[in-house]
Design a protein around this ligand. Sequence first.
Ligand code: HSE
Length: 433
Amino acid sequence: MNIGLIGIGTVGGGTYRVLKDNASAISNKMGIDIKITHVADKNLKLAKDTVDKDITVEENAFALIQNSSIDTIVELIGGTGVALEIVRKALENGKHVVTANKALIAMHGEELVKIANKNNVVLAYEAAVAGGIPIIKAIREGLAANEVEWIAGILNGTTNYILTEMKENNLPFDTALQQAQDLGFAEADPTFDIEGVDAAHKITILASIAFGIPINFEAVHVEGISSLSQKDISYAEELGYRIKLLGIAKTDNSNVEIRVHPTLIPEKRLVANVDGPMNAVLVQGNMVGPTLYYGAGAGAEPTASAVAADIIDIARQSMLSNKTLIPTLGFMPDKIHKKNILSIENIFSEFYLRLTMKNKVGLLAKITNIFADHEISINSMVHKEVKENNLNPDIFLITSKTKESDIDVIIKEIELLPENIEKIVKIRTEELK
Ligand code: HSE
């Protein structure tokens, strides 16, 4: 099987090395030879310096798509501009496509899957979600006998690295981000990491293959970590929780929730202890129960490991007459149906709230009365000590499970109290069991 590799950056270079360095290990597992015959990159010099002399190097990616000797295109340039054109044309030209491009699948997956199906070619995207963790394979194949009830994942290495550094080493946000960029985890535009967009691309894809719904990035509620303060990370610890940026997808069969936001999770959960740039995905199947997948979610070799696995899958399937043995989105195309996506106001959660208020007689009574009036219970509460240098100490609490629109009403009422100083901080919690 001849491969045309487009993009020889971090993941492209990694893929080249994995296929070369592990060539004999890989060939022992296959009945067919795979070979990168062509590489395309705008940086011709980098491409020539990276690959062996017997590989044809081109500046123009479209030359590879037109080349009839190439069976499979590996798209590793990222983004939704020229990458979309490349993947679209490659599929139309009857070439299998492997991509690590989560934004592309999350935003244009519906169209691309249709083109792949029409042309009886494979569109493979294992590396698009959680890097080296074979989570697409786990859900589409390993858990195929289950109805997936929910997924919760640490899907972005950069933000997990930042949160870990903020908690463990008291590093400021910016320094931790710079380190993540230096280590090669961050997106070209790091706001995609920090504002939760990258994790949202990934949970969009997972929700589709888990629940049999169309890929719909617009339906995801997205909040990042840029407004998270160190204070809330340490108060969460006091209450027995860690804060992680989670991608969450849930269904009760008629409704679906898809969201990304900082989340308090009990510190005793395994996933609460996933630190640094590592990713972890919890998948709850109705038969298997909870399953947990852990590994490197970013970086050259881990991501390349997933790209190479897709190439191996395609090579194996190419020996069969039906080359698209496994449905691209896990479900047969005619069994993919829209479900009602709940807006964030309609979800239920326990909520962490932090209040900054003037410490006056009767303040706590006023606050708890507001909760009582709305029949919402407080599960735990801390009032920091009043000291000479801190006359208005923080109050933080966790509510019982409540509809988000109800908690928003309570927040508004508390913020209208004359004692209120600052906007109340609200963070959702998940028990993950
Ligand atoms: N920027 C991503 C991350 C890379 O930090 O996880 C892998 O998609």
